[in-house]
Design a protein around this ligand. Structure first.
Ligand code: ATP
Length: 607
């Protein structure tokens, strides 16, 4: 890694002892105890600036140590403040886009605080991430524990700041971690409002591996003469926006190869290229994670009985408790392990020993690609990322990312690796329980919705996808009736929409007895209704001309189709709901406030 920006060029030393102004002894002791022999380039650039009196906008690759680059200056600034913090006031705020990241930052902060000597003034922090803790509990804790630093997700922070007892006048420094993500989610007005609430003489730092142009607007409103620190990476004379220890590949696939290739690689099918202790697989949607987690777990049990790989799953639609627990178990396990997740775990998470990142599909936001891949190859450790691209237009993604200084090389897999496409297993597995098919349907539909959200619209175009093959790859028995499939030419549609042998859907059972009983009840009610209707129709038809009777068959057929469509429409509606960006869950409160237009400056006037 080379720090070659104007600011970074001035770095004379990366020794912690040489930081100017010099570090407080217990801070120095802390970083040395962590085993960090010297500062990373971003730390060496930022520490003197942010600890001194500069606002900073910092762009440095994933895993380059940005967290300490803002935590240490914040601590140093607070130590130097004359006044101890009073109840209702705070000295520093760190905003993070997700709960997990906020928790991680908070735990690094606490591990630094552990080094405060007995005879030195205590420093305290508070985590504000919403979820299970009601805001009044957070407020109570805030007033009683008098934290110096708040580590918060934006929704809960704004909720807290609304309380009259909370005063911002002692705030010394504000950090927006993953600043561009805050804007991606459309909360620029809320952040602007926050800027206006906080004292003008504060210091502000924006940090991310991807500082987009849009951040410029935040910089203009919220920062004063900021220094931009860009820590660049040059590899073989070419600039890149990913760590030099991270190799990124792409594999060109047809839909039916995606599952077998993923299974092959996670079961160590190509240990030479993708060796791993821990790996992360990114799926497009939450329901996709749930579905593939259950499918792949069962597949491994049956087809790879000797495999001892632990598969975890986590996504933003899960309550924060289980999310935290899963992440903890994945972090702590001593076995070879894989985490199936979504973009909720794309940014900032620092999980040791993640060697490989698989992306089943590219993310809708190109910047997320780099953040996802960056969960591997951190802090000088070797890592690898691989993305699957559908053969055809999606291959343009490689050049598109090249322009963004993300270089990829092709991973050419052997036919042998995907020879078993697992379709027989998947069909047998799906037929065991109708619920699995419901999930497959929702996963497929939510994938289609996800696909239409790609910002690189010229690359990711639905009409260029082989939707029939894709539906098959999700294990669907029959094509759903959805508007997106109308673009598929008639000739490409399988007869009756069946993607394999036709089955009697009325006989397709749920494994769950209650669910099955309720399905049978509905079916019986429907049959009864049809019978009664038939009776009525018979009387009517008896009095009808023969010509009209010939139309009856068609009408019946149409009704059957309509019934099928109703069932699918229900599943599709559920899927549409689950395809919402799950990262927004953390933002729920803020979204609601935004809708009510409560997050503008005026609503904070009483603070
Ligand atoms: N000076 C250092 N020397 C060695 N390792 C370090 C140093 N500073 C931080 N680290 C370690 O590097 C890893 C990555 O740090 P951190 O999570 O801060 O990266 P980041 O730049 O914020 O990444 P991202 O953009 O993905 O959020 C962490 O495990 C951290 O403990």
């Amino acid at each position: 890694m080379s720090g070659n920006t104007p600011a970074a060029k001035k770095i004379a030393s990366r020794a912690w002892e040489d930081v100017s102004p010099s570090l407080t002894p217990w801070v120095l002791e802390a970083v040395q105890s962590f085993g960090f022999t010297q500062m990373t380039p971003v730390q060496a650039s930022v520490l003197p600036l942010f600890t001194g009196n500069k606002d900073v906008v910092v762009e440095a690759v994933t895993g380059s140590g940005k967290t300490l680059a803002f935590l240490i200056p914040l601590i140093e600034r607070i130590i130097k403040l004359d006044e101890p913090v009073r109840a209702g006031y705070m000295n520093g705020i760190i905003i993070s886009p997700t709960r997990e990241l906020a928790e991680q930052i908070h735990s690094v902060l606490k591990s630094l605080f552990d080094f405060i000597p007995e005879d030195s003034p205590r420093l305290r922090s508070q985590l504000l991430i919403g979820g299970d803790t009601p805001v009044h509990t957070d407020l109570k804790n805030f007033l009683s524990s008098k934290p110096h630093i708040l580590v918060a997700t934006p929704g809960r922070l704004i909720e807290l700041l609304k309380a009259n007892q909370v005063k911002t006048s002692a705030l010394d420094a504000l950090v927006l971690d993953e600043a561009d993500r805050l804007l991606d989610l459309g909360f620029d007005r809320s952040i602007n409002a926050l800027f206006n609430l906080l004292p003008k003489q504060r210091r502000t730092g924006l940090f991310s591996a991807t500082i987009t142009d849009a951040v410029g607007q935040l910089v203009r409103v919220g920062l004063r003469n900021p220094v931009k620190v860009v820590v660049k990476v040059t590899s073989a004379g070419t600039e890149q926006r990913t760590p030099s220890t991270l190799g990124i590949s792409y594999a060109k696939v047809v839909p039916s190869q995606k599952l077998p290739l993923l299974i092959n690689l996670i079961t160590n099918g190509d240990k030479a290229v993708f060796p791993y202790r821990k790996a992360i697989v990114y799926f497009p949607t939450c329901i996709g994670v749930t579905y593939y987690h259950s499918l792949i777990n069962d597949l491994l049990k049956e087809k790879y009985p000797d495999s001892d790989i632990e598969i975890f799953s986590m996504h933003g639609k899960l309550p924060s408790g289980p999310r935290r627990k899963t992440l903890g178990r994945f972090t702590d396990t001593v076995k070879q392990a894989v985490l199936f997740t979504t973009d909720v775990a794309a940014r900032g998470l620092d999980i040791p020993e993640v060697d490989v990142v698989f992306q089943l599909d590219p993310p809708t936001e190109p910047s997320a690609f780099l953040h996802r891949a960056g969960r591997a190859g951190r802090a000088g450790r070797a890592g690898h990322g691989i993305v699957f691209l559908h053969i055809g237009r999606e291959e343009d993604f490689v050049d598109f990312m090249e322009v963004k200084k993300v270089h990829m090389s092709e991973y050419v897999f052997e036919e042998e690796q995907v020879k078993d496409n697992h379709s027989e297993f998947v069909r047998k597995w799906i037929l065991e329980d109708r619920n699995k098919h419901d999930q497959a349907l929702r996963a497929f539909v939510s994938f289609i919705r996800f696909y239409t959200k790609h910002t690189a619209t010229s690359i990711f175009r639905l009409p260029n996808l082989d939707l029939v093959a894709l539906a098959k790859s999700y294990g669907l028995l029959r094509l759903p009736k959805m508007p997106e499939l109308k673009s598929v030419p008639e000739a490409d549609l399988p007869e009756g929409g069946w993607l394999g042998e036709k089955i009697d859907m009325d006989d397709y059972k749920y494994a769950n007895p209650q669910k099955e009983a309720s399905r049978l009840e509905d079916l019986e009610a429907h049959r009864q209704e049809t019978k009664n209707k038939k009776k009525r129709d018979f009387i009517k038809i008896s009095n009808e001309a023969w010509s009209a009777k010939s139309e009856r068959k068609e009408i019946r057929e149409e009704r059957r189709n309509k019934r099928q469509t109703r069932v699918q429409a229900k599943a599709i509606a559920e899927a549409a709901e689950s395809s919402d960006s799950e990262a927004e869950v953390d933002w729920k409160e803020l979204v609601q406030q935004k809708k009510k237009k409560k997050t503008d400056v005026a609503s904070f006037a009483d603070l």
